[in-house]
Design a protein around this ligand. Structure first.
Ligand SMILES: [Zn+2]
Length: 207
């Protein structure tokens, strides 16, 4: 089951499996009280959240990562992300954000995309975590077998031509080939993409 948990400017998502819960993304450093308020509204407690996955390490997605780790939530860093987990540290430094805690590299759980299906299965979640570059090199998406995908800041289909980035088109083709139903973005509203199985099909529909 997928639930939106928005307590700032980023749509974050809770994926509840039969054996555990995964949170995808956080908001900016300093939003911990808002986060607590949001999970209370969900009638959840912190110990119900087992893992945190960050779609990519931009500051409005990873700001609370170390705070949540300190509270017992395990951060899962994908193999394609490991060189990027400190890329936003300087932004919080520049704004003098005293709430920000850099991620403790020793405490992260490193996972390869190839092993993501069995990792998720242990939580009772059927799906995969795949590398979806285009917005950033370290972007990953959670793709559920039920046809939902949590894609972080991936640029929506309607913007693909604007960016003219072959990597972005390729990412969308990989995602659409999985017969998706709904795409859950970190900022725009969720989008029904069930009509298209490739970017070319989408473009053919654009008159
Ligand atoms: Zn971003």
């Amino acid at each position: 089951m997928l639930r939106e948990l928005m307590y700032g400017n980023t749509r974050t998502y809770l994926i509840k499996g039969s054996k555990g819960t995964l949170l995808v993304d956080t908001d900016w450093a300093g939003t911990l009280p808002q986060f607590f308020k949001a999970i209370k509204q969900e009638k959840m407690t912190l110990d119900a959240i087992d893992y945190l996955l960050i779609s990519h390490y931009h500051p409005d997605h990873m700001g609370l990562a170390q705070d949540l780790m300190d509270l017992g939530i395990q951060l899962v860093v994908m193999d394609v992300q490991k060189d990027f987990i400190h890329q936003s540290d300087y932004i919080f430094g520049k704004e003098g954000n005293r709430n920000f805690k850099p991620i403790d590299d020793e405490a992260v759980y490193l996972l390869s995309c190839a092993n993501s299906r069995s990792f998720l299965a242990d939580l009772g979640i059927a799906g995969e975590i795949i590398h979806t570059p285009g917005h950033s090199e370290d972007s990953v998406s959670l793709v559920l077998d039920s046809g939902e995908a949590v894609v972080g800041d991936l640029y929506p289909l309607e913007q693909v031509l604007l960016y003219d980035n072959p990597l972005l088109t390729k990412t969308w083709n990989i995602l659409l080939s999985r017969k998706l139903k709904m795409v859950y973005y970190a900022h725009p509203l969720p989008e029904d993409v069930s009509h298209w199985q490739s970017f070319e099909e989408y473009m053919a529909d654009v008159e």
